[in-house]
Design a protein. Structure first.
Length: 79
């Protein structure tokens, strides 16, 4: 019986430790300077993601450029 209660106590203590470690990650602040800093970093991250997405969409793929070049060469040699 002592082994079971000891194992149960160890399990409960480890679960309590895990729960305590996870709850320390988010804090709340009413400091306007900290809020402005977080908003500025979020805006910068959003801008960089939007820029990367627009560059990805506007750049032609390398594969398609070679594919069209082969068609143009074949068409000019067929004439």
């Amino acid at each position: 019986m002592k082994k079971v209660s000891l194992a149960l106590a160890v399990s409960l203590m480890s679960l309590a430790g895990i729960a305590a470690a996870q709850s320390d990650g988010v804090t709340m602040s009413t400091d306007p300077a900290k809020a402005a800093d977080v908003e500025a970093r979020a805006q910068a991250l959003q801008d960089s993601q939007a820029k990367a997405e627009s560059m990805k969409m506007s750049a032609p793929s390398h594969k398609s450029m070679h594919h069209h070049a082969k068609k143009a060469a074949a068409a000019s040699s067929a004439e």
